[in-house]
Each structure stands twice: as C-alpha cells, then as structure tokens.
Design a protein. Structure first.
Length: 247
C-alpha cells in the first residue's frame, strides 16, 4: 500500500534524528525487554525477540545495551514492568490510525495520546473501531534496483503470500511464515532493507492540502511519544503532495 511505503521511507529518514535524541534506543529497549519476558531470552526460540534485536543492531545499539534489556526481560536483572496494547482512531480526512504502545503508566499514555489526537484534528476511538481495516502481515522490503525475479522465486517458494513493486520491492507474508521466508531470502544472499511484522491497510484513504499537513503532524507527534512503539495508517497521497509537506 502506497501510504505504508511512503511513511516507512519517511521514518527511515527521520530515524537519524530520533537516534540523536535517544528515542529510538528507548523504544527498542522496551520491545526487547517485553519480547524476552514473554518468550524467553533465546533468539532462536523467540522470533519476536530476534526481530527486536535485529532492529536494535540496525540502529547501532551497543551489544551491552541489548544484553541488559534481554536480562531485564528474563528477570536476571531488575527492570520495569511494561504493559502493551493498542489505540485506534481517526486522523484528519478520515484516515484510520492504529497506535501500538508499551508503557509503565497506562493512565499517562492514554492522556498523552488522546491529547495528540485532539490537538491535530483527530479522534481517538474505541477498540475495534479501525482494526478491521488492517491485516497483520510480515513485510520484507528491498530497494528498487534489487533482483525482482530472484526475490519473487525465493520468496514464493518459501511460502510468501505476495511479492510486489511499490517504490521498491516488498515481500508480504503471513506472520507465521515470516521467519521462514526471511531466512530463505538471507540464505539466498538477497539483502533487504527492512524486515518487520506490521499492519497493512486493506484499502487507503486519500488526503491532500491542509488535511495532509495535519495528518503528517499527527503521525510525527505520535511517533515522538516515548510510549508509542508503532503507528499504522491507511493514508495515501501523491508524491508531489508528500514532497511539498516534507519540504
């Protein structure tokens, strides 16, 4: 979906700024800790932990930080208890928004997220209000100049649902098949840029003008919140509009 791909690209450009503020490390440490608490500290037996550690390595997080986060999750070191969950709502132009969070204070997080929605012309909804518009999928992304035919062949043989070109090459999998497909692509020597479990919209909602500007600001402010791990939307906008807004 165009909205997902475009916002993913924005997030990658924005990642360097986040790293300077330490925000991305904070969020990755939370995810590693929770993943280790739920599924144990063995990366080979815990796909969620492996994915979190891979993302931490991509962000150049020191090995010691990763190991401490795992030990906090397994109880070998004292750590904070985090609660995870999701918020659902609508942004400007009726765009559906899902927010995944990890927090040590749910009351604080609810108040902060509600404030962000209200301030940027959005509305926080009830559970289930927009989740039905999305599917949880594995998504493995390659640059546009990667070998599409080879990726297509390896991915589908390993059990991928779809391989598509959308400003790059994307391999879509069922979450249960994500590890298998990713491993097959790695073993074939195919280098991807990102690999994640995400929420893909079934349909998109187009926005432009002031609503597009407000939506980008809403997403940015949600992403900047320390308790927010991921933001998913079903927006779509033209490349020209995106370029105008991003400056």
């Amino acid at each position: 979906m165009a909205g997902h791909s475009k916002w993913a690209n924005i997030k990658h450009r924005k990642g360097a700024q986040d790293a300077k503020r330490g925000k991305i490390f904070t969020k990755l440490i939370k995810e590693i800790t929770v993943a280790a608490k739920i599924g144990g500290g063995d990366l080979n037996a815990n796909p969620r932990l492996r994915l979190a550690v891979d993302r931490a390595k991509q962000a150049n997080m020191p090995k010691d930080n990763i190991e401490r986060a795992i030990k906090k999750g397994t109880g070998d070191l004292d750590g904070v208890n985090y609660e995870e969950g999701t918020f659902e709502g609508y942004g400007p132009g009726g765009v559906a928004v899902i927010v995944e969070f990890l927090t040590d204070n749910r009351t604080r997080t609810v108040a902060e997220v509600r404030h962000i929605f209200n301030k940027h012309n959005g509305n926080l909804g009830v559970s289930g209000s927009v989740a039905f518009m999305f599917d949880r999928k594995g998504l493995i992304s390659f640059p546009e100049d990667a070998d599409f035919d080879r990726i297509f062949e390896v991915a589908l043989e390993a059990g991928a649902e779809d391989v598509r070109q959308d400003g790059g090459i994307e391999v879509v999998t069922d979450p249960a098949d994500f590890e298998t497909v990713r491993n097959a692509l790695e073993e074939a020597g195919l280098s991807f840029t990102t690999a994640e479990i995400t929420m893909l919209p079934q349909t998109t909602t187009s926005v432009e003008g002031k609503q597009a500007e407000q939506l980008m600001k809403l997403i940015e402010k949600l992403e900047d919140n320390d308790d927010v791990q991921n933001v998913y939307t079903n927006f779509d906008m033209s490349d020209e509009e995106m370029a105008r807004i991003m400056g």
